[in-house]
Design a protein around this ligand. Structure first.
Ligand code: ADP
Length: 227
């Protein structure tokens, strides 16, 4: 599903953000990426979403070879990958339903399809009944679940969750993680970055540790280990 082969990213001469990173993630895996600030996690995710281009190495995602893609193909990549961020990035003037619907409107879905699809996705993330709430009326955990609903509404193969619990207290953080696990059970490959040791230890998933732009460990059913 995701293949990185000796991927390097150099932003400028003094700074190698990723150094020959090789990672293979199978479809339907749940992978946690950890590493201290500056380790290269965001850069790795930005290469996958094509916000950044690698300096060297090969990236193939869902059969798309990034070397061969042109700018006009970027929507193909965005279709395969849903993303959620630490700060939710919801539209403040739209309610929950409209925030999720927006992801469909911009790609031309009709009203009927939107009315059919959005409630189903809100149900998955546990927000049935909150359709009309505005983002500011929700808890942080609920807002993040709206963001997840928006990210998965077009059924991407991969969900990237970049520090999704960074702004949440432990209870809400765990609610969000449970939704990610559910999305994963439904067949979506999940990539999660987190600094939260408890979450890593409870999840007991594959953990890839980055340090100074390199993969220093890649273990299944792993616990958090400081490097
Ligand atoms: P993390 O997400 O693990 O905190 P990043 O991928 O953000 O790590 O950063 C890895 C390294 O790349 C850091 O040294 C950071 O300063 C550098 N870096 C990240 N983005 C840029 C950029 N746009 N321009 C220059 N250097 C950058």
């Amino acid at each position: 599903m995701i293949l990185l082969d000796r991927v390097t990213k150099v932003y400028n001469r003094t700074n190698t953000a990723l150094d020959r990173v090789s990672i293979h993630v199978e479809a339907k895996e749940f992978v946690i990426i950890i590493g201290t600030s500056g380790a290269g996690k965001s850069t790795l995710l930005k290469l996958l979403t094509k916000e950044e281009r690698p300096t060297g190495g090969k990236i193939v995602v869902g059969g798309l070879d990034y070397d061969k893609l042109q700018d006009k193909d970027i929507p193909l990549v965005r279709r395969k990958i849903g993303v959620v961020f630490q700060d939710f990035k919801l539209l403040p003037n739209r309610n929950v339903f409209e925030n999720v619907a927006f992801a469909l409107e911009i790609v031309g879905y009709g009203n009927g399809e939107i009315k059919h699809t959005v409630p189903r996705v809100l149900d998955i993330v546990g927000l049935k009944g909150k359709e009309k709430s505005m983002p500011l009326e929700l808890s942080g955990g609920e807002r993040q679940r709206v963001a997840i609903a928006r990210a998965i509404v077009r059924q991407p193969k991969i969900l990237i969750a970049d520090e999704p619990t960074g702004n949440l207290d432990p209870k809400h953080a765990w609610d969000v993680i449970k939704v990610l696990e559910k999305v994963n059970r439904y067949g979506t490959t999940v990539l999660l970055t987190t600094h939260n040791k408890d979450i890593v230890n409870k999840l007991k998933r594959r953990v890839i540790t980055l340090k100074d732009g390199r993969v220093v460990s890649d273990r299944a059913n792993a616990e958090y280990k400081q490097v």
